[in-house]
Design a protein around this ligand. Sequence first.
Ligand code: ATP
Length: 980
Amino acid sequence: MSTTPPSEATILKSLNHAQRRAVTSQSPTVAILAGPGSGKTHTLTSRVVWLIQHAGYQPCDVIVATFTVKAAREMKERIGKILGEDVQKKIVLGTFHSIARRYLTSYGKRIGLDSKFNIADDGDTRAIIKRICERHRLTVDPSHAKSWISKKKAKGTSAAASQNRQKDGPHTELNTCFKEYQEHLERSNLLDYDDLLVRCVELLRGHPSCVSNVQTVLIDEYQDTNGIQYELMKLFAQARERITIVGDPDQSIYGWRSAEIRNLYRLLRDYPETDEVSLEENYRSSQSILSVSLSVIQEDKKRYQKVLLPVHAKGEKPVLRKLATPSTEGDWIVHEIKRVIMLFGGMLKYEDIAILLRSASLSRHIESALGKAGVSYRMVGGHKFYERKEVKVLIDYLRVVHQPDNNDAVARIINVPRRGIGEATIKSLLEEAEQAKMSVWSVICKHCRGERTATTKIRPKMEQKLNTELVRIITSLRQKAETVTQSSPYTLINLVEQLISQLRFKQHLEEEYSIDHEQRWANVREFVSLVGDFMRSSARIDEEALPEVADLEQTKDDNMLGKFLANVSLASDAQRDGEEHDKSTLVTISTIHAAKGLEWPVVFVPAVYNGAIPHSRSEDVDEERRLLYVAMTRAQAFLYLSCPLYGSQGMGKVELSDFVEPFASKAFASRGPSFDRAVLKTTGRILGRDVPSEKEIFDKLPPMFATEDDQYPANPVDFKNADEPPNADSGDGQPRALKRQRISDKAIDDGEHNWKREYATTMEQSSGFTMSTLPGFMSAGAHQHTIAAANAAQAASNKTAIKRSTNRRPADQKSLLGFVSQGSRAPENRPPPPHDRSATSSYGRYQAAAARSAARALSGPSGLDPKLTDHKLPTGKPLARPATPKPIDDGPRKQYACFSSSPSKPASPNAAAQGGEQAEVKTAAPHRPATSFHATTFTSVRHQPGAIRRPVGLGPPPSMDRLRKPFKPLTMNRPRGPGP
Ligand SMILES: Nc1ncnc2c1ncn2[C@@H]1O[C@H](COP(=O)(O)OP(=O)(O)OP(=O)(O)O)[C@@H](O)[C@H]1O
C-alpha cells in the first residue's frame, strides 16, 4: 500500500506549539516529559514521521522501542497510515524484547548463540525454577526465586558474578537456583525475556558494527525502562547518539519489573545537551476528572512537579460510590453502564466503557454481574488466546519440532494426547536427562534406539509407545519443517494441519472435554487461521529483516516455523479475543497496568480500598498511588470509583483507600450524575461527538427504566452489623432495589414493549469468548442453557402475572394521570435542572408509560387489562410524544491526522460538507483501526492548533520559559562531572 507522503504542514498542523517544538527539535537528544493525555505518544509518532519525511532519515535506520506489544502495534498502525505500510515496515519498531530478538537472530552467532534459540516464556521459566527447587530441595519460594533472578538479570548481573559476590551469604540458595536455571536454559537453547536484553547488550557492546547504520532511537513510556533497557537504548544509538524519549514519571508503574525512575536523571547526566520539552495541555479529560486525579498524585510530595492544564470543560464531578458487598458493586456497575448506554441514545457505546482493576482477581463479581445482565465484555490482561490449553499444546508441539532440546515443552507434550505415560515416567526421564547432562529428547531417542543405561527406569513397553506415538511424529515433522520457507510449496499451514491430523487432535478433544470440545476445536481452527494470517503478513514484506550493514554478514532467518514461534512468544500480551467481533458491543475489563496509554469516555475503578489499592503485598506505596492516577486519567468524560463495605475473597470489612480518603467527601459525588441535556451537550463537546435528540433517546428507552443512580443506597446498610439479613426488605437497602431492577431487566429480555437490545450477549457469541476459569463460573454453553431455562420460567410466570394484574407500578412512580396533567409541552423546552433528579426520572417513566400504553393498544383488545377498560383518559391535553428537537449543528470540525497511541474517532457526517483541504484530510484520515476499542479526543478540540483554549483564570498561555519551568528541579539536580 503506497501513500502520498504528508507535507511538513500536514504533520505539524495537528500539534500545539510545544508539541511542534519537540517534533522539529534539531537537538540530538530530546526529552519530552509530560502528564497523561498531553499527547506524548502523538508527539513521538509525529517525530518519527517528521524525521523520515523531512530530516531525510532512512526508515530502516530508525529504531522505535515501546514498552508493550499493544503500544508497538498501535504505533505501527498510526505510522503506517501516514507513511504507508511499506515505509512503516522498514522501521525497526517493536518492544525492547522483540528488537533484541531480531538482532540476536541476525548477529547472535558472533557471541556464540545458536540462531535457532527458543524463547522461554513466563510459564516455562516458572516450571523450570520449580523443578530446580524440588530437585535441590531448596527452601526458597520458586516465584520469589524467579523475580529475584529476573531482577539480577535486569541489573546486568550474571549467575557466576552473583555467586562470586555472595558465596555464603543469605542468598546462597537463590544463587544455586540462578546457576542451575541458567545452565538449564543454555542446555535447552532457550533465552528468557531478560536474556534477550542481556545477550543483546553483550552483542552490541562487542560488535558495535551491528548498529552502525542506526541514525536515531526513539523510546516511548521511558519512565518504565529498567537499567538494562537504558544500556540497550544507549547501545542502539551509539553510532550517532541521537535519542528522543517521551515519558511521565507520575505514570511509572512497573517497579516490580525493575523499572527505574532514576533513568531520567541518567539520561540528563549522560546527554547534557538534551532539549527538554514539557507538554502542558491535557486533551483527554474533563476539568473535574483532571483535578481529582491531580489531588491523588499531589499527595506524593517527592514527585516532580508538572503543570497540567485541562483543555476541556468542567464536566461532571467524578463519583465515589459506596456499596454493601463486592457483588452489589458489580450489579451497580452494570446498572450504571446500562444507564449510560440508554440515556446517551447511541452517543456512547459499550466500547466506550472500561472497568479498570488493580488485580485481575477482582474481576469475578463484575464478570458475574455483566454475565447475568447479558452485557458482553473483553478481558485485557486476563486469560489470553495463546494460554488456552488446546492452543498451548499445539504450540508446544511446534516448539519441539523446531527445537527438540526444549525439555519443558517435551515434558508437557509427552502424554498429550494420553499415551499412558504417567508423571513418574516423565519425572524419571527428566532426572535421567539432568544426570546425563543431555536433553530429554536425546534421552527419549536413545531409549527408542534400544540403548539402555544403568540409570534407565523406563519400561520397554513404554519405550515402544514413545517411539511409535511421539518420536515418529516429531521426526517426520522436523524433516518437513526444515523445508518450510516463505516460498516453499509445503507451507507452515500444511505443517500445522499435518500435526493436528497425526495427533488425531479433534478426537482427543472430544474424549477429554465432553462439555466444551466444540469450543476448543473452534479455538484450534482459529489457531490455524492465525498461522495463515502470519504467513500472509510476512509474505508482503519481511518485517524481521534488519538493514544490511556494509561488510557485515547476517544470518538469514528464513525458517517460517522459527519466526512464527518467536512471534507467538513475544506477542503473549496481545489479545486476540473479540477481534473477530464487533467491538462496539464489548465493555473492556482490564488491569490498570494493561490500560496504560489508552483512554475511554467512561471509566470505572472498582474496589478502591486499602488492601486492593494500595495492594496489601506492594512494598511501594507511591507506585500504588501512581497506579490509581493512571487509572483515573484514562477517563475522558465520566469517572466512577467504588468501594464495597466488605472486600472480596473473604477479606472482611475494608476501608476506603487512603489515596482518596482525605478529600473523598468534597471532590466526589456520592451517586452517578443525572444525564440531562446539559450533561449530554458537555459530553458531546468533550468527545467531539454529535448529541442525539431527546426523541432518539427516549424512543429507545425500555419501560420502567431507572433513569437515575437511585437503585442502591448512597450509604449502604452494613448488613453484618444490622439486625436484618442482607436479603430482607430493609426499607432503604438494596434488596428491594435489586428486585425492582430485575423487573426492568425482565422486560428488556422479553423484548416486551417493542424494545430491542442493541447488543448480543456474551453467551450468544461464546465461540470467540475467553472462558473464565475463575471459581463460581459456568461455561458459556451451560450459561446459555440456564438463560434459556430462566427465560422460559419467566415467560410462564409473566402469563400468570399478566392475568392477575398489569397496573402495578413502583412505589415512587407517579400515576399516568399525574404525567398527563403535567401537560404535553415538548420536553426539550423544559430541560430538568441538573440537580433535579426526579424531573429526568419522571420523564423517563412518562415515556415508559406511554410506550406501554401504545404497545397495549397495538396488541388489540385481548392485550387490554380488564380493569383498565372502565378507565377514561381525561379530555384535556392528549398524550404526546416529545417534539423532535433541532439537530445540533456543531459547525465545521477540525480534522487531525491521527498519530496518537489512541485510535481515531469515526468521521462525523458533517465532515462531508467541508470542502478544500479539510475534506482532503478527511479522505486520508484513518478509519478506526482493528485494535481500537475506544474513541479519542484527538479530533474533538475544535480550535486551531496553537490556539489552545485555556480555562478562565489560568492567565496567558505559557511562554517558552514557562514550558521549561517544570524541569527546573531536574535541571538543577543534574549531577556534575562523571558519576558512577
Ligand atoms: N494537539 C492536539 N490537539 C488535539 N488533540 C490532541 C493533541 N495532542 C494529543 N491529542 C489527543 O489527546 C489524547 C491523548 O493523546 P496521547 O494518547 O498521545 O497522550 P499521552 O500523553 O501519550 O497520554 P498517556 O500518557 O496518558 O498515555 C488523544 O486522544 C490525542 O488524539
